[in-house]
Each structure stands twice: as structure tokens, then as C-alpha cells.
Design a protein around this ligand. Structure first.
Ligand code: NAP
Ligand code: HSE
Length: 428
């Protein structure tokens, strides 16, 4: 057994606290697995006096995480503070510049600075690892970077935000209000510091951008992810989708086409009985498709203390073992900037329209859709007792452009009471 790996942990919240607990509980096992003991030498958080359900009194305390990164008795920095810039970025850059390894759960930071950080890491022979940043406890970074390394990847997709999946499934099961369920997710430690990152699809888009880079050998392009959140999905959408045999999921898809890289994160309808349709609560799913392996599917808890800390400590074990795989699958200098692309493949859509309830309005809708070449597969109208009615439509396969043309034409009408909601029906 070699000398212990000396660890500094910046951030002692849900994730950092979980890491402390695992290392305190499984010290012997981890030393056997890693071939070196794990010794926490220093920690940093905002408040030294905060009550925590674990003991850090044996470790040196640093108010400043950057000072912690500089310490001579820290070989590996775990960054579990969050935030794309500020102290998290400074602490990581300080560690990497000094040739220290970094393990982070911070997908926001990597989505914005991943390329620069991996270049810095490689220039200083340091390791940058981020299993916890993508799909919590699911070892999908390892799968893409190592287990599937023989393949040309064709598509990666998944349900990548536990908070959104928790909200959507709990609303469907209990009929509970969106705001109440979001509050529960925050209490359970799933949600981001700014929960609009979760419900706005941004957090999941950060993760998709990292997975796409790893899968396709491209530079991380978060701005290239077409992102839509679940904030406009109503209980009505969820229950009507269920009536028609679908579930609403916030689904991310990255696909390499001949004309470029498509990356999108948006609420979609998927068949109730599909592998993605059955996902409950905070569970995530990652689907990776390669030219030789075909489709592989990974599922597990995507957020929370235990799963996220489990992923961080697995990265530590790899570092202790001397595993040095490139952060995004290939050396930083070989990552290419992909053209941005959208899918040209037609698909079916679910539409929810808020209309005036009066003669001729429905005809106006079908006319607008017909003129753009969009054909209707199912249609339901619910009068709401007042002057309005909700019309729910499932279309046959159509292009997004054709649908947008019809919806834009209809939205301009005084009979349209609110912007139409349209959700893609995804084949999974
Ligand atoms: P959290 O519970 O809010 O914890 C954040 C920690 O960082 C706290 O201990 C806080 O100190 C500390 N901190 C914040 N600003 C600091 C500063 N300027 N200097 C020193 N310490 C500072 O957050 P979390 O849920 O653990 O998330 C941490 C990171 O993991 C984020 O990047 C998040 O996206 C990522 N992540 C979270 C999950 C999850 O399920 N929660 C899953 C995957 C990835 P105090 O404790 O003193 O306030
Ligand atoms: N807020 C994130 C989620 C944490 O709900 O999935 C895990 O990245």
C-alpha cells in the first residue's frame, strides 16, 4: 500500500457531506480498492459554525477554498460548492495549475469552462474527473469514456434531472401542485441552489453538453443545446398525456448527423410502457448508442447525497489506482468544434391550445394546421365552463418548421387565448 491520498473538500453541503460520510465509513475498503488510503486533510465551506450531521473537527479548516487548493497537504481537491464561476472555478484552476487532481460535481462550471479546464489539467499532468456531475450515481461518464470506447457513438440521450422527474411523476401520481412538489425536491437536497436551473432545463442541458463531448469527441458546446424547461407543462398536460398512453419527461438528446451535432433538452411525451416512461421520482436514465455495441441503458438515482457522493468517491478510487483517462475521451487538443444541427426527421407532436369557445374556432385551428401540411391523429376538446376551451391534439409525424408555421399563424388570431404548448412525442 502506497502513501495515502490527501484530500481537500471544498463544499460540505449535500454532496460534500456525503463524501465525508463515505470516506469515514468505508476507509478500509476504499484503501483496499484504491491501493492507497484516503485521508481528508482539509475542508472548506461558507460557515464554520453551521450544524452538520457529520464531524469535520479533525480536519484543517479553510474559510477560503482557494487557500485550501494551495495547501501542501492536499493532493486532490474535491469541488462540491457549485456555481459556474467564482470560488468554485478559482479553487479548481488553482489546484489544476499546481498539478493537483480535481474531482467535481459541478456541471455548470464544466459546461462553461470544460475545455479550458481540461487543457489546464493536461498541461499540468493533473486529472479532472466529474462522474458526479452527470446523472448523479449512474456511472455513465465511465461507461462512455471507457466501457464503450471501442464504438463510434451515434446517439446519447436521457432523463438527466432528478428534480424534474420527481416533479413530473409526483404531480401525475398525487395531483399535487407544481410549487409544492418543487419545494419537497429542495428539502430532499435534489434541487440546484437556483431551482430555475432544474425546471428551466439548464441543469440537464449542462449534463447533456458534457455527455455529448465525451461521446463524440467534440468541444463542450452548452450554448448549442436547444433548451426548454418543464415550467410550461401543466397538470392538465400530464393527465391528458397519461390518458393517451404517454408520460411527460424532460428528455435530452444528442445525435451526430452528417450535417452536424444536434443537442436538445426539452419536455417530451414518451410511451407509458417504454423504458423512459416507467422512470419514477429522482431516477435518471442514460441511453448510449454505439455503432458496434448497439444500445446500452443505464438507470439509477440522479441526485441526492448518497448517489452523488458515491460517484465522487469512485473517481477518487480511480485516481488512487493511477487511472488517467482523458476527461472528454480524447486529449483536449483533439476535441473538435462541431457544427450545430437540428433534426430533419419528422415526428409527432402533442399540442395544447387555449381557445375561445365559439363557432368556427376549431375549424380555424384545423385550417391553420392543414395549410402547413400538419395532419391530426387525435383531438379532444374540454370546455372550461367559461368563455374558453382547451383543445388537445396529437399530430401525425410532421416537421418542426411546418408545425411552427401553423402555430404562429394561429397564435396571431384573437381566438387564441394563450401561447400554444407543443411537446414532441419521442420514439425511444
Ligand atoms: P449545497 O448543499 O448547497 O452545498 C454547497 C456547499 O458549498 C455548502 O457547504 C456551502 O457552505 C459551500 N459553499 C458555498 N459557497 C462557498 C464559498 N464561497 N466558499 C466556501 N464554501 C462555499 O450544494 P450541493 O447540493 O451539495 O451541490 C454542490 C455541487 O454539486 C453543485 O455544483 C451541484 O450542481 C452539484 N450536484 C449536486 C447534486 C445534488 O443532488 N445535490 C447532484 C449532482 C451534482 P455552507 O455549508 O457553510 O453553507
Ligand atoms: N439538481 C440536480 C437534479 C442535481 O435534480 O438532477 C443532480 O445533478
Amino acid at each position: 500500500m502506497t502513501t495515502p491520498l490527501r484530500i481537500g473538500i471544498a463544499g460540505l453541503g449535500t454532496v460534500g457531506g456525503g463524501v465525508v460520510k463515505i470516506i469515514q465509513k468505508h476507509g478500509k475498503l476504499l484503501a483496499q480498492r484504491g491501493g492507497a488510503g484516503f485521508e481528508i486533510t482539509a475542508v472548506s465551506a461558507r460557515s464554520r459554525n453551521k450544524n452538520r450531521d457529520f464531524d469535520v473537527s479533525a480536519y484543517a479548516w479553510e474559510d477560503d477554498p482557494v487557500a485550501m487548493s494551495r495547501r501542501d497537504d492536499v493532493d486532490v481537491v474535491i469541488e462540491a460548492m457549485g456555481g459556474e464561476d467564482g470560488p468554485a472555478k478559482a479553487a479548481v484552476e488553482t489546484a489544476l495549475a499546481a498539478g493537483k487532481h480535481v474531482v467535481t460535481a459541478n456541471k455548470a462550471m464544466l459546461a462553461h469552462h470544460g475545455q479550458a479546464m481540461v487543457e489546464l489539467a493536461e498541461a499540468n499532468s493533473a486529472c479532472l474527473r466529474y462522474e458526479a456531475a452527470v446523472a448523479g450515481g449512474i456511472p455513465c461518464v465511465k461507461a462512455l469514456g471507457e466501457g464503450l470506447a471501442a464504438n463510434g457513438m451515434t446517439r446519447v440521450m436521457g432523463v438527466l434531472n432528478g428534480t424534474c422527474n420527481y416533479i413530473l411523476t409526483t404531480m401525475e401520481k398525487t395531483g399535487a401542485d407544481y410549487a409544492d412538489v418543487l419545494h419537497d425536491a429542495q428539502q430532499l437536497g435534489y434541487a440546484e441552489a437556483d431551482p430555475s436551473f432544474d425546471v428551466g432545463g439548464i441543469d440537464a442541458a449542462h449534463k447533456l453538453a458534457l455527455m455529448a463531448s465525451l461521446a463524440f469527441g467534440t468541444k463542450v458546446d452548452f450554448e448549442g443545446v436547444k433548451t426548454e424547461g418543464i415550467d410550461r407543462v401543466s397538470l392538465e398536460d400530464i393527465t391528458h398525456a397519461a390518458d393517451m398512453g404517454y408520460r411527460v419527461k424532460l428528455l435530452g438528446v444528442a445525435r451526430m448527423h452528417d450535417h452536424g451535432l444536434e443537442q436538445r433538452m426539452q419536455p417530451c411525451l414518451v410511451p407509458v410502457s417504454s423504458s423512459i416512461g416507467v422512470l419514477d421520482g429522482v431516477t435518471n436514465m442514460v441511453v448510449c448508442e454505439g455503432d458496434f455495441v448497439g444500445q446500452t441503458v443505464f438507470t439509477g438515482p440522479g441526485a441526492g447525497e448518497g448517489p452523488t457522493a458515491s460517484a465522487i468517491v469512485a473517481d477518487l478510487v480511480d485516481i488512487a489506482r493511477g487511472v488517467r483517462t482523458p476527461a472528454f475521451g480524447v486529449p483536449a487538443k483533439d476535441l473538435v468544434a462541431a457544427n450545430r444541427a437540428t433534426s430533419l426527421t419528422p415526428t409527432a407532436y402533442y399540442l395544447r391550445l387555449a381557445l375561445k369557445d365559439q363557432p368556427g374556432v376549431l375549424a380555424q385551428v384545423t385550417d391553420a394546421l392543414g395549410k402547413s401540411g400538419v395532419s391530426i391523429e387525435q383531438m379532444h376538446q374540454n370546455a372550461n365552463g367559461g368563455p374558453g376551451a382547451t383543445v388537445l391534439i396529437v399530430t401525425h409525424e410532421t416537421t418542426r418548421d411546418a408545425l411552427d408555421e401553423a402555430l404562429t399563424a394561429f397564435e396571431a388570431s384573437e381566438n387564441c387565448l394563450a401561447p400554444p404548448v407543443s411537446l414532441r412525442i419521442e420514439t425511444v
